[in-house]
Design a protein around this ligand. Structure first.
Ligand code: FRU
Length: 436
């Protein structure tokens, strides 16, 4: 398989969800992802694999991990990558269904399965020995006061001062939590502590801890977080936390930022780029397959920065700096899509191919009801918090996904769309596409 993608990585004729094992390794960006290779719906999970030299051109490399052990017989769930002594290490959650759905053995009955944490390595980032090289490093959690044997998943590993650390999402008493483990050798892991917050979702998925600009951040995806909203009410959030490596104690304050105010992104994962800057990407949820062929893609990698206590997410410069070719109509844009830049005034409303954006009460609001293929079961109207510093928008428009970066990442609002037209109703904008 050598399917290529430009700018946005998209499902290669199948279903994909979370980004996994995102890493710059031996001169290439590797992006693995949750994948069900046989249809456009979620099923027994594999890890798909795509690589890129520049974050712009992506090449799909087929399947890297597939179920092969008792512990992952029902799927290789999400996880992360690190490099150590020149080798690539992948950590992931293996699941084993208590009962398969007899009508579709790729699904589980009653949502009951066991979840263990596994590891596999590679010398080059391309070859994985699914039969001989997988190791279970943390068996299903036995102590239900610590975590859940079922819903404990998505290991994210990082190097601390003197040891390796892992954070895993879990749940106890219907409240989400993040479990912290420590290891000296990447194989033997000791439970240290857990972090939680009252009423922030019943279970946490895809936790990710890192430091940036002197701040310690926890990004995670609490399930059923926005209780008063239509689905998707599980959205990723980000908080500035404290973390003590000795004790594993992590304190999460009461406040958080949403990663994206469009509510379509989920399960973000961060890594460092070629220059050591922190960036992340996330799964773009789509309620229906495009052309009946593929479902799921990833947002543009976003640099994460903290300034004056606020977390910014701006499009990675490797992409932003290449949108320099001026065009006069979306028709001139190719697969990379196009970018509109403009400054909005209070009370102004614009339309991008039927997708509506406006500024009122100091907030950017969006309405995708005209370009969402009649999916009324999902939310169509969105808004940001009140903007702090102006109202400049950089809007990246892909045929199925619009990303609105406000004030260079102060807030981001992105939405899945279907059937955009080429008509733009707005004033004073510049339009560019990817330079050759
Ligand atoms: C998040 C998630 C993860 C899990 C994976 C399974 O979208 O539910 O928690 O590992 O997807 O595909």
């Amino acid at each position: 398989m050598s399917e290529m993608n430009l700018v946005h990585v998209k499902a290669p004729n199948c279903w994909i969800n979370d980004p996994n094992g995102f890493i710059y390794y031996k001169g290439l960006y590797h992006l693995f992802y949750q994948c069900f290779p046989y249809s456009t719906q979620w099923g027994r999970m594999h890890w798909g694999h795509a690589v890129s030299k520049d974050l712009v051109h992506w090449e799909h490399k087929g399947i890297a991990l597939y179920p092969s052990k008792t512990d992952d017989r029902s799927g290789c769930f999400s996880g992360s990558a690190i490099e150590h002594d020149g080798k690539l290490y992948l950590f992931y959650t293996g699941v084993n269904y208590a009962q398969e759905d007899p009508e579709n053995i790729n699904l589980c009955l009653n949502d009951k399965f066991t979840a263990a944490q596994l590891m596999i390595t590679s010398e080059d980032g391309f070859h994985f020995d699914n039969i001989r090289d997988k190791k279970t490093i943390i068996p299903p959690i036995a102590n239900s006061r610590i975590g859940c044997s079922n819903h404990t998943r998505d290991p994210k590993v990082w190097r601390g001062k003197d040891a390796w650390y892992m954070v895993v999402g879990s749940t106890v008493d219907h409240q989400g939590r993040a479990l912290i483990f420590k290891s000296d050798d990447l194989e033997h892991w000791t439970f240290l502590n857990f972090a939680t917050q009252d009423h922030w979702g019943w279970g946490w998925e895809c936790p990710d801890y890192f430091e940036v600009d002197g701040a310690k951040l926890l990004v995670f995806s609490p399930m059923d977080f926005l209780k008063d909203e239509k689905p998707y009410n599980s959205v990723p959030i980000c908080s500035q936390v404290s973390f003590n490596e000795e004790t594993g104690e992590m304190k999460i304050p009461d406040d958080y930022q949403m990663l994206d105010y469009g509510c379509d992104l989920y399960a973000p994962q961060s890594t460092t780029d070629q220059e050591g800057r922190r960036m992340l990407t996330a799964w773009v949820r789509m309620p229906e397959a495009v052309d009946g062929r593929w479902n799921g893609m990833f947002c543009i990698p976003r640099l994460v920065e903290v300034k004056d206590g606020h977390i910014y997410f701006r499009p990675h410069p490797a992409i932003a700096e290449r949108f320099t070719k001026s065009i006069t109509s979306p028709k001139e844009a190719g697969e990379a899509g196009y970018k509109l830049s403009l400054t909005m005034e209070e009370g102004e409303e614009i339309s991008i191919g039927g997708y509506k954006l406006g500024l009122s009460g100091g907030r950017i609001h969006a309405d995708r009801s005209g370009v969402f293929a009649g999916h009324d079961e999902l939310k169509s109207q969105f808004e940001t918090p009140v903007l702090r510093e102006g109202s400049h928008l950089d809007i990246y428009v892909d045929a199925n996904f619009i990303e609105v970066y406000i004030n260079n990442g102060e807030y981001v609002l992105s939405n899945t769309v279907y059937g955009l037209t080429d008509q733009i109703t707005a004033k004073g904008y510049t339009m560019t596409t990817l330079a050759d």
